[in-house]
Structures are given as C-alpha cells and as structure tokens.
Design a protein around this ligand. Structure first.
Ligand SMILES: Cc1ncc(COP(=O)(O)O)c(C=O)c1O
Length: 375
C-alpha cells in the first residue's frame, strides 16, 4: 500500500478474508535512504556473500548514534524476540543470585517480580504471568495515563524486581518516565533491574524528551530496547536491538547463532540511521495522521480517543459497550484493530487501539468505525 492509494480501490480490495491490519502498530514510511540501499541489491550476485558474523557495521553505527560502545549492542530479528529471550534470563539470574529469592521463588514464584504499569506491551506481563511469575502492576489511569514515579519508588523500596517500562508507552501513547527519573531509580535500587523499552521513542523529538540509550554504559542494572519496526517503517525486515552491559551482551550472543541479520537488512538499517531527513518527516506526518484519527473518533458517539505522541491512538467506549464488539464489527468490514484481553487480575474491556495507516487507510478506518458505531 502506498500513500497514493485510492479510497475506492482500498474499499474494493479490503475484506474480512484480506483485511487491512491496523492492530499491530507497524510504522508507515521507511527512510528514503533505506529504500535506495535496498535497490542496490538488484543483480543475481548481489547477495551471494555472507554479511559480517556479528554485524559489526550496524552495531558500530548504532553505537555511534545512541552514545554507547559496539560491545553494548545486541542485535536480533526484532525486539520482540529479544524480550522473549532476555527477560527470562534476567529473572532467572536474579533469582539464582540470592538464597532468599530462591526460597521466595520456590514458595510462590515471587523471587523477582516483574513490576510494570497496568497498561503496557501486554506480551511481557502475559508471558510472565503464564510462567506463574509474580507481576506487580503500577496504576495508570485515564485521561492522562501518568506514571506515579513516587509509587514505583515505594514498591521498589519494599522489594527488588525487574521494572519494565515502555516509553513512549504502548498502548497509551505517552511518555511515561523521564530519563532523569530512570537514572535516579536505577542508582537508588542497584539490586533491581530496569528495562526501558524505547520501541516508539523515535517518534518523539529528543529535544522534548531525552532518550535513555546513553545511560546504559554507566549503569549495570539498565537495558534499553529499540526496533526498526515503527518510526523507521521497516517492520518487514525484522531488526531490533538491545543496549545492555557488555557482559550481558556476550552472554546473550553465546545463546544464539552468528550471522543473524542479513546483509539487506543491515544495509537498509545503516542507511536509515544516517538519513537525517527521515525522523523529522515521520514525526510530522504521524502527528498529522494521529490528530485526524483523534478528532474523528472524538466526534463520534459512545467512544473517546486519548492524545498520543506516537503512531497509534488508544480509545475506549464510553457507552458501556465491550470494545471487542466494536472490533468484531470493524473486522467484519475488513479492518483489524487491537483489543486487550485480561492479564492476571487486570481487565481492559472498554479499550481498543488504532494504528495510523497511510494514504486513504485512515479515512477508511474512520468511516468504517463511524458506520459501526451508528448501528
Ligand atoms: C513496546 C513494544 N516493544 C517491542 C515490540 C516488538 O516489536 P518488534 O519485534 O517488531 O521489534 C512491540 C511490538 O508491538 C512493542 O509494542
């Protein structure tokens, strides 16, 4: 789908069998330089050679831009696989390091809880709860979904754990914690671990919100994850990375194979990181498109949309209707949107999330939603 896509063509093409997926948060536009880099691989011999075993050129570029050393960069096919690999590793290592934690783990699996906001990237608490680990939710309430850092501090003063914070947050779309607060908490609680998921951070101008990446070399209990799936519009390439203490990167590397990121993906990512015009362009486009969605939803009855700093908009029903009903009706017209099933004791029945699309997709989404809500 390109931004010149035509509304009528979209309407003809989209169906419940071939849906438009606005539920996964994929980005919109890739850097022009990434596309140019991809186009260089156009002959039958372009891809005949292996890339470097550890993707050093990409690690070096990331390190330079994010203010870390190449030894702090762990690359994989997306940050999702990194979360899945590394969170259990961190929790296990933390539990094994203390007899008291081992005992707590044996008694009720509370040896090293996951501490995370009530609204977060749901796969993390869901997976942890599925393993029977204790998940402690920090409140996050509408309309501003502000994280009470004092409350987080109080929780950490009582117990060590793995703090997982996505900022800007999925699904609430707002910046949850300032870099200074991350640094202060990580220093104050050296026995806890801090995971700052910056999957969406590039949508926010660093002049407005300082990123956490360059704190990593100074703190051994902080990791920061990133991805090319969203603001870099390259979800289809599957590249994500973790910024972490060098010793942890070495351990993680030993758990997986070399040559993980293909040459095509490596070159496209390097070119994208060096394309200075890309992020300002994407930020402006995204603001325009999310505002259109927010205004459109807020003009409808029975729903409200919340402000966002990123490429998706959290909404909720205000008329008691279950959001799944809305999602099902929209899906019957060929558009997939995100709803949230319960995790542990948390319910999200009235919430749904809309990801911005390109071209006519946003108008098509609004018209479809309006049609469904009028019935
Ligand atoms: C906060 C957050 N982190 C990580 C991911 C995983 O993204 P990827 O595996 O494409 O890097 C997602 C995907 O939705 C996400 O929302």
């Amino acid at each position: 789908m390109t931004d010149t896509s035509d509304y009528e063509e979209l309407k003809r093409r989209v169906s419940p069998q071939a849906p438009l997926n606005l539920g996964l948060n994929d980005g919109t536009y890739a850097p022009a330089a990434s596309i140019a880099a991809l186009q260089e691989f156009s002959t039958r011999t372009s891809l005949r050679n292996y890339t470097t075993a550890n993707n050093d050129p990409l690690r070096e570029t990331i390190a330079e831009i994010d203010g870390v050393a190449p030894e702090n960069v762990y690359l994989r096919n997306g940050s999702g696989p990194i979360l899945k690999q590394v969170i259990p590793h961190l929790v296990k290592t933390a539990i094994k390091s203390s007899p008291k934690r081992v005992l707590q783990h044996v008694i009720n699996k509370s040896g090293f809880p996951i501490i995370t906001p009530r609204h977060t990237y749901s796969k993390v608490p869901r997976k942890a709860a599925g393993l029977g680990l204790t998940v402690e939710f920090v409140p996050l309430e509408p309309p501003n979904f502000e994280l009470d850092v004092g409350e987080l501090d109080r929780i950490l003063s009582k117990r060590d754990g793995l703090v997982y914070i996505t900022t800007p947050n999925n699904p609430t779309g707002n910046v949850l914690i300032a870099r200074a607060a991350v640094e202060r908490l990580a220093r104050k609680y050296p026995n806890s671990k801090f995971w700052i998921d910056e999957a969406y951070v590039h949508y926010v101008d660093p002049a407005e919100h300082a990123y956490c990446s360059d704190l990593v070399p100074t703190l051994d209990n902080l990791v920061v994850s990133r991805t090319f799936s969203f603001a870099y519009g390259l979800a289809g390439l599957r590249v994500g990375y973790l910024l972490a203490p060098a010793a942890l990167v070495r351990t993680l590397e030993s758990q997986v194979t070399d040559y993980r990121i293909g040459m095509l993906a490596e070159r496209a990512c390097i070119a994208g990181l060096r394309d200075d015009s890309h992020l300002p362009f994407v930020r402006e486009k995204t603001r325009e498109m999310t505002q259109k969605i927010i205004d459109g939803v807020n003009a409808m009855d029975g729903v409200e949309a919340f402000q966002t700093a990123v490429n998706f908009v959290l909404c909720r029903t205000t008329d008691g209707r279950n959001a799944q009903e809305v999602a099902d009706a929209v899906a019957a017209r060929g558009i997939l949107i995100k709803t949230f099933t319960p995790i542990a004791n948390q319910r999200y029945d009235d919430y749904f999330r809309l990801t911005v699309g390109v071209g006519a997709e946003n108008q098509f989404l609004l018209d479809t939603l309006g049609d469904v809500l009028r019935r």
